[in-house]
Design a protein around this ligand. Structure first.
Ligand SMILES: NC(=O)c1ccc[n+]([C@@H]2O[C@H](COP(=O)([O-])OP(=O)(O)OC[C@H]3O[C@@H](n4cnc5c(N)ncnc54)[C@H](OP(=O)(O)O)[C@@H]3O)[C@@H](O)[C@H]2O)c1
Length: 339
C-alpha cells in the first residue's frame, strides 16, 4: 500500500514531534518541509527534529512544496499565515493542524469563510487536533456515550508546564505579570479563543444549543524568585493560573474546559497537579476518565502533535471543508501497534 505524502509545515516544538512521529510511520511519508526560520532552509528535516537525516530538505519555497502534490500538510507554525493556508487547501492538499482555532470561529468569519471556500475549490479538508483543545475532549465525548443522562461534561488539563519551555506562550498567558493587573484576565481570555471553539464543537457533537460562553480565572502568585532556565518568575508575580471556559445554557454551566497551568509548585494558592487530563461526566451514570502518563510526565510536544498526525488518513478521506464542524474522525493510533 502506498504511503500518504505529507509536508511538515515548520519544525518547532510540536512540528519536530510530528516529524519524529511520522518518520518510520507505516502509512505516512514525509516528502517536504516548510521552514519559517531562514536558518532552517536547506537543512535536513530529520536533523531539525533531532533524528538522523531522512533525505528531505526544508525550504521556504511554497510553490515547490505544493508542486510535490502532497496528500496532506501537517501545519504547525506558531502563528497562522492565512494566505499559506488558502494556497495549500486550493492546491488540493489537506491540512491537519494543532492550531485549533483554524477550524473554528476565533479568527473571525472572514477567515473561516476563506478557509472553507479554499477547501471547496481544492476538494480538500482541514482538521484541527492537538491534545487540548483537541483530543482529550474527544475522549470525553466518547465516554458520554455510556450515559443515559448528562448534566455536565468537563475537561481539566492540570499540568506543571515548566518542561514546555515556551516563554512567548507563557508571557501571552500572563505568567510573570502582577496578579492584580486588571489587564491579565482579558489577556488570558483573548488567548482562549481555541477553547471557546472547543466548547462549540462539543456542544455541536452533543446536540445542545448554548446561550453564551463565559470565562473565569484565578491566579497563583510565586512564593519566591525562580529561574526556570528559559524564563524567570519573581516573588509575587503570576506563576500559575486556573481558568474555566464554560458553555452556558439557561444560566447553567453545561460544558467546561478547565486548565490549571503552573510553573513549578512554589505559589499561593498551590493547586494540586493531576499531571494529565481529568474528564468528568456528571449524570447517570457519572463517569470519570483520567489520561495520565505511565512515566513521570507526558511529552507534551508528542501528545500535541500525534492526534493531528494520527488523523491524517481520515482527514485525507474526509469530504471537502472544515472537518471539525461536520463529522469528527475517530482518531486512534492506527498502524502504531508493533508486533
Ligand atoms: N491544541 C493543542 O493541544 C496545542 C498545544 C500546544 C500548541 N498548540 C499549537 O501548535 C502550534 C505550534 O506550537 P509550538 O509550541 O510548536 O510553537 P513554536 O515551537 O513556538 O513555533 C513553531 C514554529 O513556528 C514558526 N514561527 C516562529 N515565529 C513565527 C511567526 N511569527 N509566524 C509564523 N511562524 C512562526 C517557527 O518555524 P521554524 O520551524 O521554521 O523555525 C517555529 O519553529 C501553535 O499554533 C500552538 O498554539 C496546540
Amino acid at each position: 500500500m502506498s504511503r500518504l505524502r505529507v509536508v511538515q509545515w515548520t519544525t518547532g516544538r510540536t512540528g519536530s514531534a510530528a516529524v519524529r512521529g511520522m518518520a518510520g510511520h507505516p502509512a505516512l511519508e514525509i516528502v517536504g518541509c516548510y521552514a519559517h526560520s531562514p536558518e532552517k532552509v536547506g537543512q535536513d528535516v530529520g536533523t531539525l527534529a533531532g533524528l538522523s537525516p531522512i533525505g528531505v530538505t526544508a525550504t521556504d519555497d511554497v510553490d515547490a512544496l505544493l508542486a510535490l502534490r502532497p496528500d496532506c500538510v501537517a501545519y504547525m507554525p506558531f502563528r497562522p499565515d492565512f494566505d499559506h493556508v488558502v494556497r495549500i487547501l486550493e492546491s488540493g492538499a489537506n491540512i491537519v493542524t494543532t492550531m485549533y482555532m483554524l477550524a473554528g470561529d476565533g479568527y473571525g468569519e472572514n477567515v473561516r469563510d476563506r478557509v472553507e471556500d479554499a477547501a471547496r475549490r481544492g476538494n480538500s479538508s482541514l482538521y484541527a487536533g492537538g491534545v487540548y483543545p483537541g483530543h482529550a475532549p474527544m475522549v470525553a465525548l466518547a465516554a458520554s456515550a455510556m450515559c443515559t443522562r448528562v448534566d455536565r461534561i468537563s475537561v481539566l488539563e492540570s499540568l506543571d508546564m515548566s518542561g514546555y519551555r515556551n516563554e512567548r506562550m507563557f508571557r501571552a498567558m500572563g505568567i510573570g505579570r502582577d496578579p492584580g493587573d486588571p489587564a491579565v484576565p482579558a489577556m488570558i481570555e483573548a488567548n482562549c479563543g481555541s477553547f471557546k471553539d472547543q466548547i462549540r464543537v462539543m456542544a455541536h457533537a452533543l446536540s445542545v444549543d448554548l446561550d453564551e460562553i463565559g470565562f473565569t480565572a484565578e491566579f497563583g502568585a510565586a512564593d519566591r524568585d525562580t529561574d526556570f532556565g528559559f524564563m524567570s518568575v519573581r516573588k509575587g508575580q503570576i506563576a500559575g493560573f486556573k481558568g474555566t471556559v464554560a458553555g452556558i445554557r439557561a444560566g447553567r454551566s453545561l460544558i467546561e474546559c478547565q486548565f490549571v497551568w503552573k510553573l513549578g509548585h512554589d505559589m499561593t494558592p498551590n493547586w494540586p497537579v493531576q499531571d494529565g487530563y481529568v474528564l468528568t461526566i456528571e449524570g447517570e451514570p457519572g463517569v470519570q476518565v483520567r489520561l495520565q502518563p505511565l512515566g513521570p510526565h507526558f511529552d507534551g510536544a508528542a501528545t500535541t502533535a500525534m492526534p493531528a498526525v494520527n488523523a491524517i488518513e481520515q482527514v485525507v478521506a474526509a469530504p471537502a471543508g472544515i472537518v471539525n464542524r461536520m463529522e469528527l474522525p475517530f482518531v486512534r493510533g492506527a498502524g502504531l501497534l508493533t508486533p
